[in-house]
Design a protein. Structure first.
Length: 454
């Protein structure tokens, strides 16, 4: 593991990793926070190294300090899950050079993004190659390492959520490293496509479009589909829908991955405000499928498009039901404000649906700085200071019985038991005559007679 200033995520990564490794080597590239201290406290062997703008070289320096037969590479913002005993049995019986691991990327507001099968286990003579988006190669022959998938272990990577992208300034960093890689390797298509992706990731979509169009005018071999994908994504973000349509037609004519084409078409239709067209494509999209590039695509990756399209065509209950399913998994595929709008303006609904352990991380991923009660959008998601537990929602689209107004016998607009709601949402009760409103003003009963509940 190579790290730099990872004190906010490192402890969770190391705790999850403990049972999967005989030793943990953490190569620090110049942290100025508590990263080294946290690593040592978790029993890792820390190597205080340096950073020279080259991911492969940093990883290779860390591998040089490993003593095991198999190397398992994990990032600080990844959490490993699975069966350690089954993993060890599979590795002991295996004869290949490397093994693939399912890596689930979290993106945007903390929802499921594109997943990949990545070489994360390899024998100790393997090495990394590439300044950015490095790959595992045989340390003797230089050939790319491949292998079969390991079902006993999975990784969840949170490095591409909004909060992590902002905190680590990944967009600008990757543009700089990708530029250096192009200088190193000339016009190698692999280096150029990373430059295009990095521009798109940093939000400079016009630069990404220019790089892709220039590259597609030359021979880019097996990278052609990747350039087309980045071009379409950047063109959609820039509002250049004619460019996106033309690139999609070219992708289909070239025999590109039909699932990728459908995914991009659904996103294009949504941005063109053709919500019914987007829903028609999503309706027949498979739950999960793997393409020839070891990328895993599925319907859940289009959850944001589906939820907002349902809302726009007037199917609010369906949108709320799908959003509730995502929240129950600890995922927020749309912005916090959009989620509150789908729940008729009550952001407190979110708190009752999200697992408590995921609430703060989800709010941080949704918008840095909103995971505090000072945020007007996030405040309803936090419990009253007098109670320790998060509010429980009896949602309009959940099968539970709704909380009803004692004055009118109608469902309260807030749908939350008032004494479990924050002061912000208590003021929005359905009626001043409502018994819910009166109960909300009472002090909660405390059997200890104290003003605070421990």
């Amino acid at each position: 593991m190579i790290v730099k200033d990872e004190e906010d995520v490192l402890a969770a990564a190391l705790t999850a990793l403990r049972d999967f490794a005989d030793e943990i080597v953490v190569y620090d590239t110049g942290s100025t926070d508590r990263t080294v201290e946290i690593a040592r406290a978790h029993g890792a062997r820390v190597v205080e190294g340096y950073w020279n703008d080259h991911f492969a070289e940093a990883r290779n320096r860390s591998i040089a300090h490993c003593r095991g037969e198999w190397i398992f590479v994990v990032d600080a913002d990844e959490i490993v899950t699975g069966d350690p005993a089954a993993l060890r049995a599979e590795l002991a019986a295996g004869t290949g050079m490397g093994r693939l691991v399912y890596v689930q990327d979290l993106e945007g507001h903390g929802h499921e993004g594109r997943s990949v099968l990545s070489v994360r286990f390899f024998r100790r003579y393997g090495r990394y190659d590439g300044r950015l988006h490095e790959q595992v190669v045989d340390g003797i022959t230089g050939d790319l390492v491949a292998g079969t998938a390991l079902p006993a272990v999975e990784l969840v990577h949170g490095g591409y959520t909004n909060a992590r992208m902002l905190a680590k300034d990944k967009g600008n960093r990757n543009v700089r490293l990708a530029g250096l890689a192009v200088d190193d390797e000339g016009d190698d298509p692999g280096a150029v496509v990373h430059l295009a992706r990095s521009h798109a990731l940093a939000g400079d979509v016009d630069a990404a479009i220019a790089v892709c169009e220039r590259a597609l005018g030359t021979s880019v071999g097996r990278y052609r589909q990747t350039f087309q994908e980045v071009l379409i994504q950047a063109a959609i973000a820039a509002g250049r829908f004619d460019t996106a349509e033309a690139a999609l037609d070219e992708l289909r004519r070239d025999g590109g991955n039909p699932l990728l084409a459908d995914d991009l078409t659904a996103r294009l239709r949504f941005n063109q405000r053709d919500y019914a067209g987007a829903l028609d494509i999503i309706a027949v999209f498979p739950e999960s499928a793997t393409d020839g590039r070891l990328s895993i695509m599925g319907r859940r990756q289009l959850a944001s498009v589906e939820i907002l399209s349902l809302f726009q065509v007037g199917r609010q209950e369906d949108a709320a039901r799908l959003l509730s399913e995502c929240l129950a998994l600890g995922e927020l595929p749309i912005s916090l404000r959009e989620a509150a709008l789908i729940f008729d303006g009550d952001a407190a609904m979110i708190a009752g649906l999200v697992p408590r352990k995921s609430l703060r991380g989800l709010l941080l991923a949704a918008r840095p700085g909103c995971a505090s009660t000072g945020s007007p959008t996030a405040a309803p998601c936090w419990p009253s200071p007098r109670r320790r537990s998060a509010p429980r929602a009896s949602g309009r689209w959940r099968p539970r019985s709704p909380w009803r107004c004692t004055a009118t016998s109608a469902r309260c607009r807030c749908w939350i038991r008032p004494w479990r709601r924050s002061p912000t949402t208590r003021r929005r009760c359905c009626s001043t005559r409502c018994g819910c409103s009166r109960r909300a003003s009472r002090r909660p009963w405390n059997p200890r007679g104290s003003d605070s509940i421990p």
